[in-house]
Design a protein around this ligand. Sequence first.
Ligand code: GLY
Length: 380
Amino acid sequence: MQDFLSKDQRKWLEDTFTRLTKKISATSVRVGEQIPYIAQNGRYTEDWGTHDIAWWTNGFWAGILWQMYHATGEEQYKDQARITEERLDRALEEFEGLHHDVGFMWMHSAVADYRLTGEQKSKVRGHHAANIMAGRFNPLGKYIRAWNWDMAGWMIVDCLMNLSILYWATEEFDDPRFAAIAKLHADTTLEKVLREDGSSNHILILDPNTGEVCEKPAGQGYAEGSSWSRGQSWALYGMAISYSHTKEDKYLEAAKRCAHYFIENVSKIDYLPLCDFRAPEEPVIYDSTAGACAACGLLEIAKYVPEEEKDFYRQSALKILMSMDEHFCNWKEEEDGILYYGRVAYHQDEADNSGVSIIYGDYFYTEAILRLMEKDFYIW
Ligand code: GLY
């Protein structure tokens, strides 16, 4: 357990870790061989391996299982994670549905397996995914294209979180090409996607022949020029990850700017993350997934800043996690989904705004608790 925690925080963390392990253990029995995404009526019933094997969230369940395997040593988590990993082979074979989120899909499944067990087949899967990621790089605009179809000029802030697979490939195969692409993309994000006040755009549409910025649409946020909180959390954690691999100060400085902006906004409402920090006051729409990801990013930033700055990031992370525990967490073992009040996008059809449990919210909440327990596996 981290030594900066107060007595009350230690007690909260111990209790939360116990609840988390029981909840994931019960959920894993119900999920079985499925690949979960969004819980409906307290159950992760829909299998996204069947629905869409190339779906961007399909690695997060394996990520939870590898984190739990690392934290507890229980073999069933490893065996279950490998079921997802093997199912994802079809996405590699089909290839055409794949996108910039191959980092989320294979860092949390195959690369985690390889790093924790040395499994050689898993290393090949990760290498394959890294090559797909590198193949999406546009050298004319110095960015990794996000999606397919007619979107050759689209880059998005989310992609920062997927650069890990490129950094990993350079470190693993002693080949600088991959990290060079990651850095060029991170630099273009710094220059064009992030704003000077520490907030971030979600999407940029560039001229794919020149890299000139043509449009900055709303994406999953409220409107053009607004501030989608999950995008903000991708920015702050993503820049911290680029710093962790490169040690280039500009990435840590950017991560801190994004973090300060995030903290200032959540501090106004009991450290609960709105879905968009620049949306109208009513209706109140939260996105717990942004809070969980940001908390992990804040704990990552705290590793690199001078001693006297660390507490600001750690305590902000704790305030977010503890407030979300009080307001958003569901610890009932008979129901799936840890973190309620997740939101896929600001504008969506659902009639009520109470949100849902989404697998990446559960992943980041789990990672954050394990980080505080010093039992996490650095998957990035
Ligand atoms: N990467 C897509 C999202 O955050 O919803």
